[in-house]
Design a protein around this ligand. Structure first.
Ligand SMILES: *[C@@H]1O[C@H](CO)[C@@H](O)[C@H](O)[C@H]1NC(C)=O
Ligand SMILES: *[C@@H]1O[C@H](CO)[C@@H](O)[C@H](O)[C@H]1NC(C)=O
Ligand SMILES: *[C@@H]1O[C@H](CO)[C@@H](O)[C@H](O)[C@H]1NC(C)=O
Ligand SMILES: *[C@@H]1O[C@H](CO)[C@@H](O)[C@H](O)[C@H]1NC(C)=O
Ligand SMILES: *[C@@H]1O[C@H](CO)[C@@H](O)[C@H](O)[C@H]1NC(C)=O
Ligand SMILES: *[C@@H]1O[C@H](CO)[C@@H](O)[C@H](O)[C@H]1NC(C)=O
Length: 386
C-alpha cells in the first residue's frame, strides 16, 4: 500500500516536472510576430503552420518535433487529435476541421529544446462565406499577353498533386471547359489565359473538395485580379505589405517584408528600400535595433519579385509612432507604400495562469523527492552522510 502511494506520487511528480518546464517558456524572450495574416472562410478546413523565421545564425526548423500550440489568452495547450476534436495540433501544424468564426484570434506556437525556446504568434481571421471578396488574394496580369492566375495555399490538402482538381468561377459564374480563352489543366493550380484583356479584371474563385475520414469539405480561394497595361509592365508594383498596420507586442521580434512585383523588368534595375519617418533606417536607428534585411530576388510563377525585409530585433514603443515606408523604384517609375506598427498584448495571462500550477508542481515534486529519498534510504542506497 505504502509502495503504491509512493509510485503514484512519483508519477504525479514526473508529470508536474514537465509542467515546470512549460513554465520555463517565460524564458521565451524570443517572441516573433509572423508577418503573414491568415484570412479564412467559416466552415472550411484550415491548417496553420508554425513558421521558422531565420534570425542570424539560428535555425529553428530542427525544433519542429517539440512544437506546442495555444490560443492567446487561453492557458490550455491545444492537444493532438482524438475522435471528435475539431481543432488539433500535429507537429508543426494546427488543424481546424472546419474552422469557425469564433476561432479568430492570435495563435502562439512554441518551439523548444533543452536550452532554447522561441514563440511565434500568428493571426487568424475567420469571416462569413459571403465576405469572401474582402479577403481576396491580389494578383496582377499584363494585358494583351498570356498569363495565369494561381489558386493559392492548397498544398496542405493535396499530398498527391496529380489528383488536384479545381472548379473555377469568374464573378461567381463558372468558367466552362470549352471557353477558348481559358485553359484549366488537371493536376495544376493555375488558370491559364491565352490573352489577357482589361475586362478580365475582377474576382475569380477556385474551389476544391477535400475528403477527410469520409466527410467532404470545400476549400474556396478568391482572387482579385488586376490587369495592368503592357506599357506599365516595367514599373515596380508593391504587393506586400497589403495592410496599413501590422500589430506587434512590445519586446517582440518582427519581420515585415516589402514584396515588389517587377514583372518583366529584370531584378537589378529596381531599387527597394525601407524608410522610417522618410529617412534611411540606418540613420534613424543608429543602434541597429531596426535594420533592413538582405534583399532577395525571387521568381514566382515565372514572374520576378524582390523582397526586402524590415527586421525589428525588439519592438519598442517609439515604433508605434514612426511612419515606415517601402519605396520601390526603377528608371521608369516608382511606388511608395506607407505602413504602421500598432501595439498588441500577447499571452501574458497564460504565463500568470501557469504560476500556481508550477508552484503546486514544486510542492508535489518536493514530496515525491522526499518519499523517494526516504525509500531509497530505507533500502540503503542513500549516500552516507559525512
Ligand atoms: C537548441 O536549438 C538552438 C536553435 O536551433 C541551437 O542553437 C542549440 O544548439 C540547440 N540546443 C541543443 C541542446 O540542442
Ligand atoms: C491576447 O490576450 C490578451 C489577454 O487575454 C488580450 O489583452 C490581448 O488583446 C490579446 N491580443 C490579441 C491580439 O488578441
Ligand atoms: C525537446 O524538448 C526536450 C525538453 O525541453 C529536449 O530535451 C529535447 O532535446 C527536445 N527535442 C528536440 C528535437 O529539440
Ligand atoms: C531561463 O533563464 C534563466 C535566467 O536567464 C536561466 O538561468 C535558465 O537556465 C533558463 N532556463 C532555460 C530552460 O532556458
Ligand atoms: C495520385 O492520384 C492519382 C489519381 O487519383 C492516382 O492514379 C495515383 O496513384 C495517386 N498517386 C499516389 C502516389 O497516391
Ligand atoms: C518618427 O516621428 C514621430 C513623430 O514626429 C516621432 O514621435 C518618432 O519618435 C519618430 N521615430 C523615430 C524612430 O525617431
Amino acid at each position: 500500500m505504502h509502495g503504491l502511494f509512493v509510485l503514484v506520487m512519483c508519477t504525479v511528480g514526473a508529470s508536474a516536472f514537465r509542467l515546470q518546464q512549460v513554465k520555463n517558456t517565460e524564458n521565451c524572450s524570443d517572441h516573433t510576430v509572423f508577418f503573414k495574416h491568415y484570412y479564412e472562410l467559416h466552415g472550411e478546413p484550415v491548417v496553420l503552420k508554425c513558421p521558422s523565421p531565420r534570425y542570424k545564425h539560428l535555425d529553428l526548423s530542427a525544433l519542429t518535433p517539440n512544437t506546442t500550440w495555444h490560443k492567446n489568452g487561453s492557458s490550455t495547450m491545444i492537444s493532438g487529435r482524438d475522435e471528435d476534436s475539431r481543432i488539433w495540433a500535429k507537429g508543426n501544424a494546427l488543424w481546424f476541421l472546419p474552422v469557425r468564426l469564433e476561432d479568430s484570434g492570435v495563435y502562439i506556437c512554441t518551439k523548444r529544446n533543452s536550452s532554447y525556446c522561441a514563440t511565434v504568434s500568428i493571426h487568424l481571421t475567420v469571416v462569413e462565406k459571403t465576405a469572401a471578396r474582402e479577403i481576396a488574394y491580389p494578383q496582377i496580369l499584363f494585358t494583351f499577353t498570356s498569363g495565369k492566375i494561381v489558386c493559392p495555399d492548397l498544398w496542405d490538402f493535396t499530398p498527391n498533386r496529380t489528383s488536384l482538381e479545381l472548379k473555377w468561377y469568374k464573378d461567381a459564374l463558372p468558367l466552362e471547359d470549352d471557353n477558348e480563352r481559358f485553359i484549366i489543366l488537371k493536376g495544376s493550380a493555375s488558370l491559364i489565359m491565352t490573352s489577357v484583356l482589361p475586362t478580365d479584371a475582377g474576382y475569380y474563385t477556385c474551389k476544391m473538395s477535400f475528403l477527410f475520414e469520409g466527410v467532404v469539405y470545400e476549400i474556396t480561394r478568391t482572387i482579385q485580379l488586376e490587369t495592368v497595361e503592357q506599357e506599365k509592365r516595367i514599373t515596380p508594383i508593391i504587393v506586400y505589405p497589403a495592410q496599413k498596420t501590422t500589430s506587434a507586442a512590445l519586446g517582440s521580434k518582427m519581420t515585415l517584408p516589402c514584396k515588389v512585383f517587377v514583372g518583366l523588368s529584370s531584378h537589378f534595375q529596381t531599387d527597394v528600400e525601407w524608410l522610417a519617418n522618410d529617412t534611411s533606417i540606418d540613420v534613424v536607428y543608429k543602434q541597429s535595433r531596426v535594420t533592413e534585411g538582405e534583399r532577395r530576388e525571387i521568381v514566382e510563377n515565372g514572374e520576378n519579385f524582390i523582397e526586402v525585409p524590415l527586421i525589428f530585433d525588439s519592438v519598442e514603443e517609439v515604433d508605434f509612432y514612426t511612419d515606415f515606408t517601402c519605396v520601390a523604384q526603377n528608371t521608369y517609375g516608382y511606388q511608395v507604400l506607407p505602413t504602421r506598427v500598432k501595439q498588441e498584448a500577447v499571452g501574458l495571462s497564460w504565463y500568470i495562469a501557469m504560476i500556481p500550477v508550477a508552484l503546486a508542481s514544486v510542492i508535489l515534486g518536493g514530496i515525491c523527492m522526499h518519499k523517494c529519498w526516504k525509500r531509497r534510504a530505507d533500502k540503503g542506497y542513500a549516500i552516507p552522510k559525512a
